[in-house]
Design a protein around this ligand. Structure first.
Ligand code: DGL
Length: 257
C-alpha cells in the first residue's frame, strides 16, 4: 500500500472527536479513517496533565499500529496537554491538534462578549492563556469550565432535562450580557448544540473548532503529498478502549446524526 492510501488516524478521550470526524467526511470523502476513543479513561479534562500525556501517547501508538499516515488529536484537552511533546517524539508523521476557535469568534463579536466552554484542563493550560492574551484586549472573553458535561455525553445523554439543567446552571450568571458567540472548546460539546440554542437563542452564534482543524488536516495532507486520490468513498473504522459495546454503538449513532 502506498502512503496516500493509508488511513487517517483520529483520537479523542471518548466519543467527542466524532464531531470532527463528521466534518472530515464532508471535506475529505475519499479518505479512510481509523478512530480511537478512550472512553475507558474519559473524562480527561479533570485529570493530571502528566496522566493525559501518557494516555495520549498510548493512543497515538495504537493508531500507528493501525498504519495511519497522519494523526488528528480531535480533543482540545489532549492537544493542550500533549501536542508539543507528541510532535517532538513522533517526527516522521504529521500530527494535527485542535484548539478553541477564538479567532473566528472575535472576528464576528463586534465588541460584544464571547463565552468559551471547555474542560478545566484546556482552560488552565498555557496554550489557552496564549490565545487569551492574543484576543482578550479586543473583546470580553468569559472562560466557562464545564466539568461533568463530557460524562453526560459519554452516557449518550445529549438532549432532555439533564443537559438543559446543566447548561442553565452554567450560563445563569451571564444571561444578562450581550453575548455574540459561544465557542465550544471541547469536541464533545457540538452534540449538545441544540440544547444550547434553546437556552441562548438563535442570535448567539455557536462556533466549534472542527472546520479549522479539518482545513488544517487537508493542507497538511496536500503539502506532504498524502491526499488519497482514489475516487471511491472512504471507510470509517471505530475502536474504543471500553469493552462496553454501547460506546461503539453511540459512536456510530453520533456519526450518523
Ligand atoms: N473531547 C475532549 C476535548 O475536546 C473532552 C475531554 C475530556 O475527556 O474531558 O477536550
Amino acid at each position: 500500500m502506498n502512503n496516500k492510501e493509508k488511513p487517517i488516524g483520529f483520537f479523542d478521550s471518548g466519543v467527542g472527536g466524532i464531531s470532527v470526524l463528521k466534518e472530515s467526511l464532508i471535506v475529505l470523502p475519499s479518505e479512510d479513517f481509523v478512530y480511537f476513543g478512550d472512553s475507558l479513561n474519559a473524562p480527561y479534562g479533570t485529570k493530571d496533565v502528566s496522566e493525559v500525556k501518557r494516555l495520549t501517547f498510548n493512543a497515538v501508538d495504537f493508531l500507528l499500529s493501525k498504519g495511519v499516515k497522519v494523526v488528528v488529536i480531535a480533543c482540545n484537552t489532549a492537544t493542550s496537554a500533549a501536542i508539543d511533546a507528541l510532535r517532538k517524539y513522533y517526527t516522521g508523521i504529521p500530527i494535527i491538534g485542535i484548539e478553541p476557535a477564538l479567532k473566528p469568534a472575535v472576528e464576528i463579536s463586534r465588541g460584544k462578549s464571547i463565552i468559551i466552554m471547555a474542560t478545566p484542563m484546556t482552560l488552565a493550560e498555557k496554550k489557552f492563556s496564549n490565545l487569551m492574551e492574543k484576543y482578550n484586549k479586543e473583546v470580553n472573553i468569559i472562560s466557562l469550565p464545564c466539568a461533568g458535561l463530557v460524562e453526560l455525553i459519554e452516557d449518550g445523554i445529549i438532549e432532555g432535562h439533564q443537559v438543559e439543567e446543566y447548561l442553565r446552571g452554567k450560563l445563569k450568571d451571564f444571561m444578562h450580557l450581550d453575548v455574540a458567540s459561544i465557542v465550544l472548546g471541547c469536541t464533545h460539546y457540538p452534540f449538545i448544540r441544540n440544547e444550547l440554542i434553546k437556552i441562548v437563542g438563535e442570535k448567539t452564534t455557536i462556533i466549534d473548532g472542527s472546520v479549522g482543524t479539518v482545513n488544517q488536516l487537508k493542507r497538511q495532507l496536500a503539502c506532504n503529498n498524502l491526499l488519497n486520490e482514489k475516487r471511491t468513498s472512504g471507510i470509517v473504522t471505530i475502536h474504543n478502549s471500553s469493552i462496553d459495546k454501547k460506546l461503539l454503538d453511540l459512536s456510530y449513532k453520533l456519526l450518523k446524526l
